[in-house]
Design a protein around this ligand. Structure first.
Ligand code: UT7
Length: 325
């Protein structure tokens, strides 16, 4: 009998410090940076984001998200034999945030590693975990997106610092006789490295280069709209499904205009799109599992429904996963 993988629990966590656009506008104005709630809402759909306090790391956010996912799945940490964390803001250069998370959860002993695909990280991680479960390399996995993007922001650059937030989301993915994950489609094109990057690195005890986020927003926007449509169509084709089979589109939460454009291209009404960008901003690899968990807990997304998850971001990377919850 063929082995499949299935999501059996979801969880998420955002740090308590919430900044509305008005809070951020005031903070930035004190440093001579001018922006407005109107500009941010109109261009992005973002109304608020959460930022961590000093001393809080991606693994701390991930622990809370994983506890929620484990509880929803009716599992304990010791049942987990694989942890994959998608993050671009790891706690340390090494070891991986997944290893740190594993120890904090008390899930020691199974495989644990990070995936770095920036805002596409969660769909990459989910695809890898699905493949490992299908082959029998793992049985019960935690797949996590966790980020503290506030640490990468240049608060003198209004074109980027208003967009991002911190948070974590997690799913438990278990081996199953019935299909959960139906198909996925991953891509990257490294010639676009420069349009979204944090170019600094650590060498000989120093940070060399710029350790803050740089983005050509319009270039990212144009690429994102095209690849989100193509990845969704390729994934549907692999699964033998059509747009009409999608109950919910859960795209990376970067910008409401990108989501609206993707939904239009896929002929999906916006009431089939899960939107949390207004409350969380862009939380990079955490955004899709955060949105998924919010929709599950709100009773919006229900077991048995078909979901299209889609990520796009630095690399340039993009991908989609079609699944039955
Ligand atoms: O996870 C994937 C990562 N990123 C993305 O998905 C981002 C994709 N790109 C975007 O979401 C949009 O390109 C942005 C939201 C970043 C920018 O929106 P836009 O409609 O492309 O604006 P723009 O860059 O064309 O800028 C329009 C104007 C400019 O002023 P001028 O030159 O027309 O006078 C900017 O200087 O808006 C100005 N501007 C701002 N004004 C107030 C840029 N940032 C701000 C700001 N507040 N925060």
């Amino acid at each position: 009998m063929r082995r499949y993988s299935r999501i059996t629990g979801t969880g998420s966590y955002v740090p308590p410090r919430r900044l509305s656009n008005a809070d951020l506008v005031t903070q930035l104005a004190a440093n001579g940076v001018e922006t407005s709630d109107e500009w941010i809402v109109e261009r992005t759909g973002i109304r608020a984001r959460h930022f961590v306090d000093d001393g809080v790391y991606s693994s701390d956010l991930a622990v809370e998200a994983c506890k929620g996912a484990l509880q929803a799945a009716g599992l304990e940490a010791k049942d987990i034999d694989l942890i994959i964390v998608a993050t671009s803001t790891p706690d340390m250069v090494f070891p991986s945030t997944a290893c740190i998370l594993q120890n904090k959860l008390g899930a020691n002993g199974g495989a644990a590693f990070d995936v770095q695909a920036v805002c596409s990280g969660f769909v990459y991680a989910l695809t890898v975990a699905d493949a490992m479960i299908q082959t029998g390399a793992a049985n019960k996995a935690l797949v996590v997106g966790a980020e503290v993007f506030s640490r990468l922001l240049d608060f003198q650059d209004r074109t980027t610092c208003v967009l991002f937030g911190d948070g974590a989301g997690a799913v438990v993915l278990e081996a199953s006789e019935t299909p959960g994950i139906l198909a996925s489609d991953l891509h990257a094109d490294g010639k676009h490295v420069g349009i979204l990057c944090v170019p600094g690195h650590v060498a000989n005890g120093h940070i060399l280069g710029d350790p803050l986020l740089k983005m050509d927003g319009q270039a990212v926007f144009k690429l994102a709209v095209g690849v989100l449509e193509s990845a969704a169509r390729a994934t549907l084709a692999k699964a033998g499904k059509t747009e009409a089979d999608i109950d919910w589109l859960i795209p990376h939460q970067a910008n409401i205009r990108i989501m609206q454009s993707t939904a239009k291209k896929l002929k999906l009404p916006m009431d089939k799109v899960v939107v949390t960008v207004d409350q969380h901003g862009n939380t990079s690899a955490a955004s899709i599992p955060l949105a998924l968990d919010a929709a599950v807990r709100a009773g919006q997304v229900k077991p048995g429904q078909t979901l299209m998850l889609e990520g796009v971001g630095g690399g340039f990377t993009w991908g989609a996963v079609l699944l039955t919850l």
